[in-house]
Design a protein around this ligand. Structure first.
Ligand SMILES: *Cc1c(COP(=O)(O)O)cnc(C)c1O
Length: 418
């Protein structure tokens, strides 16, 4: 449905997302694509209805099977992440669920990093368990532990870089090699990297698909975060480079009826053009705040993968600094507040922040803060984490100096250092 004649030679992802091949309706060339809304799509004849095929996107048949608006967003997300096929789902969590339900059957096992996004673990302990699919958690920082846990029943390995809350950055290429060596599918939750910090389908940055290149089988992405950029829409994507795997996921997607609304797709399309700029701004603000925390006595440990000494920093550098113009790290980091402070003091610190709102999710313009109880989230307290209370910050697009003043006043009020 798209015009390939303009497949431009523009190299950078930001340019590519803006100068994307798109064929507007005749005589209506404008910056933004149209929003096509439909459940029903008309067929001129019954013969035409019988002949149209939605699976390869060669025709439109029903709103749930795709519209020009959703196809366009899928194409742009493929450009962003370096994949070939994309499916849209109603949330990031739905993307994780779709992957699991597509490839796992009764008797299979799925391996999940112990620092994974919490609801992915809950899905495994809930629905997957009910379907007779077992799960185990592996140490994200130990490829040997992953290898040890892969068994004849392992069908899928989840990867996340870095872990959602404790921010450890795994040796992603090595984890993928371990999966390849055992012939196990690997799926990455790529929400943090967003297609910008590293290339999930070209982990060695040597040109995707080339001999000896390394890539994940599946990239799942919560578009709710950086692609949406507004904190106002929920959506997810599942991207692949293998046509057979894509078809398997697509048929499951169809049977589950995971459609997305055209207006939501348009909201993401509108924001996607600025994702590279926003991501860099979130990143640089997060680093300014993290650097401030590093100088504070209340900070027992800084958990930001781009900082020397943070768990997995060398893995972050090896993967992300490889990207031309790269070394990016998103706008997310955590601080382990010294164990001398009670949970109540840390909660009061969070409550007294004026610019940071208390709220889940991230990727929008407003900075967010959430204290987490790591002990209840992990199998055991990891050796690489200092004792204390973890607070996660997601930086918005405010002026970093204002945010630092806010942290300062709240810390002075509720985290006295004597
Ligand atoms: C937010 C998030 C999700 C889920 O996205 P929703 O759209 O909120 O369902 C999945 N993985 C990670 C790492 C996330 O941060």
């Amino acid at each position: 449905m798209q015009d390939d004649s303009k497949k431009s030679s523009v190299g950078h992802v930001a340019t590519g997302l803006i100068h994307h091949p798109y064929k507007p309706p005749a005589e209506f060339d404008a910056p933004q694509p149209g929003v096509y809304k439909a459940s029903t799509v008309y067929f001129p004849t019954v013969k035409d209805m019988r002949q149209r095929e939605w699976k390869d996107k060669s025709a439109y048949t029903y709103g749930l099977h795709g519209t020009p608006t959703t196809y366009l967003l899928e194409e742009r997300l493929c450009s962003l992440e370096g994949g070939l096929q994309c499916l849209l789902v109603p949330s990031g969590l739905a993307a994780l669920a779709l992957v699991a339900l597509s490839v796992l059957h009764t008797g299979d096992e799925v391996l999940i990093p112990d620092n994974a996004y919490g609801p992915n673990k809950a899905l495994a302990a809930g629905e997957l368990q009910h379907f007779g699919i077992t799960h185990r958690f592996y140490d994200p920082m130990d490829p040997d532990d992953l290898s040890r846990q892969i068994s004849a029943r392992t069908r899928l390995v989840w990867l996340e870089a870095p872990g959602s809350v404790s921010m450890e950055f795994p040796d992603l290429p090595e984890m993928v090699r371990r999966c390849r060596a055992r012939g196990v599918l690997c799926a990455l939750d790529n929400t943090w990297g967003a297609g910008l910090a590293f290339k999930p389908f070209d982990l060695l940055a040597d040109g995707a698909g080339g001999e000896g290149s390394l890539f994940v089988d599946i990239s799942a992405h919560a578009l709710t975060k950086y692609p949406s950029g507004g904190g106002d829409v929920l959506m997810g994507s599942v991207i692949t480079r293998d046509a057979a795997l894509h078809l398997k996921i697509k048929l499951c997607h169809m049977r589950l009826g995971f459609g997305v609304a055209a207006n939501d797709a348009e909201t993401v399309l509108r924001s996607l053009s600025s994702i590279d700029l926003r991501y860099r701004a979130h990143d640089s603000t997060a680093r300014a705040l993290a650097a401030w925390w590093q100088g504070q006595p209340q900070c027992a440990q800084l958990l930001h993968p781009a900082f020397e000494g943070a768990p997995g920093h060398s893995h972050w550098r090896a993967l992300c600094a490889r990207i031309p113009g790269g070394g990016l790290a998103a706008g997310l980091f955590s601080v382990m507040i010294d164990a001398r402070y009670s949970q109540a003091q840390v909660d009061a610190f969070c409550d007294s922040l004026k610019l940071f709102h208390i709220g889940y999710s991230w990727g929008g313009p407003v900075s967010l803060v959430v204290p987490y109880d790591i002990a209840s989230m992990r199998q055991a307290w990891p050796d690489h984490l200092k004792p204390g209370t973890l607070v996660r910050f997601s930086t918005g697009l405010e002026c970093p100096h204002d945010l630092i003043l806010d942290l300062h006043q709240a810390a002075q009020a509720h985290l006295p250092w004597t």
